[in-house]
Design a protein. Structure first.
Length: 301
């Protein structure tokens, strides 16, 4: 889409991203901000920041590139669809399943499986992540939202950004957590020594997790986490930060030979349907491998 818009006097002083969101209701403000950052939206022929204050007669040049044809093949992948309508899908992602392809892995992902079962998926996240509004780590199982069209994707992404999607996780943490509840608020950044890891830092992206102890065992604690922000590896990093890494987390804690990955499960999600505004909530019981591990633990008295 190519278009040039000249700014009227009434919009002088308004932020560029806010101005554009009023012009293009089909796009969320966060998506427009992303386009500005990518240089697909210019002001007076220059790449600018999303918070640019507009002046009368400024020329906004929009050059949004069409989605590249998808080059990821459809595959039969095992996962459960919990809910589906014309706008979205709620799935139960199994442990061990990578969410989307990357340059080094084009097969065997959730996206490959979605393409085999769903004919329409949103294209906002490009050729490798169709429909993916948010993600879970490979070894984190549980509830995920998938968008079937760009309208739903924009609305859901906006709700996640505005903390209107309530996501709760259950995690088994190493050791006994003595505080019944609490708030962990830090900044997270990539680890300078290992780019695949994240660490608590003095600067970076703010990360906020609320926790509540559900059950204490002799050498572990079952904890419910509520995400206020949704940073990569957030719960895993925060758990390690307070001295209680997630059981089975070989990256931030210690590998457990009896487990295939960390005991972290996205068990609850609540949100407003992007089209109807209806409150939708889903909860799942712990998967067998998680529950079986807990059954072998002795409660703390």
């Amino acid at each position: 889409m190519k278009k040039i818009i000249e700014v009227d006097k009434q919009y002088e002083g308004e932020r560029l991203d806010k101005f554009l969101s009023s012009m293009f209701s089909d796009f969320s403000r966060s998506h427009l901000q992303s386009l500005i950052e990518k240089g697909e939206i210019l002001c007076n022929g220059k790449i600018v920041k999303t918070g640019l204050k507009l002046k009368e007669n400024d020329k906004i040049q929009i050059d949004i590139q069409p989605a590249v044809p998808l080059e990821v093949k459809a595959e039969e992948i095992d996962f459960d669809i919990i809910f589906e309508d014309d706008d979205l899908i709620v799935i139960n992602k199994p442990q061990g399943l990578v969410v989307h392809p990357c340059e080094t892995k084009k097969e065997g992902t959730l996206v490959n499986g979605l393409l085999a079962r769903i004919h329409n998926l949103s294209g906002i996240n490009g050729v490798l992540r169709p429909g993916i509004v948010h993600r879970l780590d490979k070894d984190t199982a549980g509830l995920m939202l998938v968008a079937k069209n760009d309208f739903a994707h924009n609305k859901l992404a906006e709700m996640i950004k505005n903390k209107q999607v309530k996501r709760k996780y259950l995690a088994l943490l190493s050791g006994v957590v003595w505080d019944n509840s609490g708030k962990i608020q830090t900044f997270l950044a990539r680890d300078k020594k290992d780019r695949k890891k994240y660490t608590v830092a003095n600067e970076g992206k703010e990360a906020i997790s609320l926790f509540k102890v559900k059950q204490r065992y002799q050498n572990a604690t079952l904890v419910e986490f509520t995400l206020i922000t949704g940073r990569t590896h957030q719960i895993r990093v925060h758990s390690a930060y307070i001295g209680h890494p997630v059981v089975g987390d070989s990256v931030y804690g210690q590998k457990d030979k009896n487990l295939k990955g960390q005991l972290l499960f996205s068990y609850s999600i609540e949100f407003l349907h992007p089209r109807t505004g209806q409150i939708i909530k889903f909860e799942l019981p712990l998967p067998d491998y998680f529950q079986n591990y807990i059954n072998k633990l002795k409660k703390y008295h």
